[in-house]
Design a protein around this ligand. Structure first.
Ligand SMILES: Nc1ncnc2c1ncn2[C@@H]1O[C@H](COP(=O)(O)OP(=O)(O)OP(=O)(O)O)[C@@H](O)[C@H]1O
Ligand SMILES: [Mg+2]
Length: 264
């Protein structure tokens, strides 16, 4: 097999709390190839966000290894070189807190464009416009501020900001959970489409198994900091081997019910 694009080896994150040690992530390993999508599902508290934050460089206290194209990345985004930071981008849950309220949409997207590419003013502007087009937003949103957009539009801006860096890997953690149910499917469809168009390695984290089906080929199921089951999405959904996965499936509405609930 070709060298993995992203590889996580035996990752552990243990938090000391008043109640003792919380093993938030307890020995997780996985890898993805270029252009491949991995879904990670698991109930609340199973360690999904902690794992995603470590990969993104937002949480530094872990043991184990994260490698990008076989190069081990230091923990913490600041210690990573520019190329690593460009290649690995993320979109997190809340488009409300993740966008700077004092910057216009144009400025928000121009930031990574300026940081990672040597473009003159006109070229940078064109890049911002074409990035907005990728997420189906018009140029007319550029002078607006985040609070002047809907939740779904804001999440598109957060996705555009990540894509403006032209990453090889995109980490998405619960990107639809803060959104109205009626726009969730559209955002997932958009990410799936962009993943194909840009040949991204995508890690899509959610507690919603129904969403996984539309976006990922492979899924890993997390419980209490560990991956308890992995495989092709269809196989895992059709015949879950692990008791925890079975329970999770029994609890999850199907895509059909989710879509019906969304009025789609
Ligand atoms: N900074 C922290 N200090 C102590 N414990 C923490 C910290 N961050 C997370 N945890 C604990 O680690 C465990 C995993 O949390 P995490 O946020 O990774 O779960 P999750 O799978 O993303 O859940 P959700 O689906 O609710 O987002 C939980 O028990 C949580 O309480
Ligand atoms: Mg989470």
């Amino acid at each position: 097999m070709a060298e993995p694009l992203l590889e996580v080896k035996d990752m552990k994150v243990h938090f000391k709390t008043d109640d003792g040690i919380v093993k938030a992530v307890d020995g997780v390993s996985y890898s993805i190839q270029p252009g491949e999508t991995l879904g990670i599902v698991g109930e609340s508290g199973s360690g999904k966000t902690t794992l995603a934050r470590c990969i993104a460089g937002l949480h530094r206290s872990f043991t184990g290894e994260i490698a990008l194209r076989d190069v081990v990345m230091p923990p913490g985004a600041r210690a990573r070189d520019r190329e690593m930071r460009q290649e690995l981008q993320y979109v997190f849950q809340s488009p409300y807190s993740s966008l700077n309220p004092r910057k216009t949409i144009g400025q928000i997207i121009e930031q990574p464009v300026r940081l990672f590419f040597d473009l003159d003013h006109r070229q940078a502007h064109e890049r911002v416009v074409s990035t907005l087009e990728r997420v189906r937003l018009s140029e007319s949103v550029m002078p607006r501020y985040p609070h002047e957009l809907s939740g779904g539009e804001r999440q598109r801006v957060a996705i555009a900001r990540a894509l403006a860096a032209e990453p090889a890997v995109l980490i998405c953690d619960e990107v639809t959970s803060a959104l109205d149910v009626s726009v969730q499917a559209a955002i997932v469809d958009l990410i799936a489409q962009l993943q194909r168009e840009m040949d991204l390695g995508l890690v899509f984290v959610t507690h919603n198994l129904a969403l996984i089906r539309t976006i990922a080929e492979e899924v890993s199921v997390m419980s209490a900091g560990r991956i308890v089951e992995s495989g092709k999405v269809e196989d895992v959904l059709r015949s879950p081997q692990n008791a925890y996965t079975k329970a999770l499936l029994a609890d999850t509405p199907t895509m059909e019910t989710a879509l019906a609930a969304a009025g789609a």
